[in-house]
Design a protein around this ligand. Structure first.
Ligand code: S3P
Length: 426
């Protein structure tokens, strides 16, 4: 599908977002291995999170879906059943990496794979720690999906993560749920802690000391009623839209503001953006609030180290803000961008080039010059949801209508994206 986006006069009104993708995956998986029923409200409408539910159903879990409420009838730690066919993670790295921790501990074997993009993403990062826990996993060329997981008893480990990855951390912790004894994960940089908070919410004993997390094995997980906050990574597209289109004022309601995710807001504040947080509250262990954005010129700046890791998913849309900013945007320490749904350093640079902006590309980052006028162009999602949405936002500030090819990629995390964009730019 092609989407034509015309320049916007302003971005205004209010937005309510679908549930956070990261949190939905975790609630869906933990609810399945908890005892009793969980009711999850505002579950993500994105295809990725439905891949997780589909996989849990294929493992014998009964799930009811009504609008955005998902009811999961948990089977307990020992209640999953062998799948009849390959488990389909679709486009979802989170599904394959996190679920592998659970699959490796089952008394049956399973196969899990996904689409073409997922089939190019590295899985050795989870095979290594799971192997150390005693799992047997085979992969295409030793590191790519599909994975063949021979389930069995896992033992607890103390694992030092070689990269900043919440998916790998979660995989080890989810494996650790089934092991006897305490599993410890040590992070090089603190990453999103939704798994830790969700495990605690379901009843696990978990100790979080900065970058060192320790989980007691074989916890009693109990079904619960949970509400997923709005997805801050989806909010980022509208935040940048309001910041780059003059005359904009926008309110985004009920957004997840977990401090390990909200680095975006600190960075924007440091750039001089008018972004305010209101109505903060705690929901199911997660911080939630409203965000008010007003257009104002932003300075631009440098993203590196822990800051880069904390907003890795927001970098494509921040590149657009960089081009509109006064001093431009430099991104460092972002080699992980090269192994996302696409090589996001390459896909951001290619689309910006089509819009007349020359990006200086480096192995682990890029520099986007500031004060650039964006030219109307034919843009590509390259099959990547965040590239589709980031360049739809860029198109709002272009000098004429833009075409986004393969625009349907957005539905991986945000099927309502184009309707919402149209409503706030009408
Ligand atoms: C996610 C972690 C990040 C992020 C992805 C979701 C998660 O990936 O890019 O969209 O839910 O844990 P990595 O853990 O690979 O950095």
């Amino acid at each position: 599908m092609q989407q034509i986006i015309t320049p916007a006069g302003s971005v205004s009104g209010s937005v309510l977002l679908p549930g956070d993708k990261s949190i939905s995956h975790r609630y869906g998986m933990l609810a399945a291995i908890a005892e009793g029923t969980s009711v999850i409200e505002n579950y993500s409408s994105g295809a990725d999170c439905h891949s997780t539910l589909g996989a849990m159903e294929a493992l014998g879990i009964r799930i009811e879906k009504k609008d955005r409420t998902v009811t999961v009838h948990g089977a307990g730690l020992d209640g999953l059943r062998a799948p009849a066919a390959l488990l389909d993670a679709g486009n979802s790295g989170s599904t394959i990496r996190m679920l592998s921790g659970i699959l490796a501990a089952q008394p049956f074997s399973s196969r899990i794979g996904g689409d073409e993009s997922l089939s190019r993403r590295p899985m050795d990062r989870i095979m290594k720690p799971l192997g150390a826990m005693g799992a047997r996993i085979a992969a295409r060329d030793g590191r790519y999906p599909p994975l063949e997981i021979t389930g069995g008893k896992l033992h607890a480990i103390d694992y030092e993560l070689p990269m900043a990855s919440a998916q790998v951390k979660t995989c080890v912790l989810f494996g650790g749920v089934f092991a006897d004894g305490a599993t410890t994960v040590r992070e090089p940089i603190r990453t999103r802690d939704h798994s830790e908070l969700a495990l605690r919410e379901f009843g696990a004993e978990i100790d979080i000391r900065g970058k060192v997390i320790t989980l007691e094995g074989r916890p009693k997980l109990t079904g619960r009623k949970l509400t997923v906050p709005g997805d801050l990574s989806s909010a980022a597209f509208f935040i940048v839209a309001a910041l780059i289109v003059p005359g904009s004022t926008l309110v985004i309601h009920g957004v997840g503001l977990n401090p390990t995710r909200a680095g975006l807001l600190d960075v924007l504040a440091a750039m001089g953006a008018q972004v305010q947080v209101q109505q903060l509250e705690q929901v199911s262990g997660e911080l939630v609030g409203d965000i008010l954005i007003r257009h104002a010129p932003v300075k631009g700046g440098v993203l590196e180290g822990a800051t880069t890791a904390a907003l890795i998913d927001e970098i494509p849309v921040l590149a657009i803000l960089g081009a509109a900013s006064e001093e431009g945007l430099t991104v460092r320490d972002a080699a992980e961008l090269r192994v996302k749904e696409t090589d996001r350093i390459a896909t951001v640079a290619e689309n910006l080039k089509r819009m007349g902006v020359e990006v200086e590309v480096r192995p682990d980052g890029f520099h986007v010059p500031g004060r650039r006028k964006l030219r109307a162009a034919e843009l590509d999602s390259f099959g990547d949801h965040r590239i589709a949405m980031a360049f739809s936002v860029a198109a709002l500030a272009a000098d004429g209508p833009c075409v986004i090819r393969d625009a349907e990629a957005a539905s991986v995390s945000f099927p309502e994206f184009y309707n919402t964009l149209q409503r706030i730019t009408a």
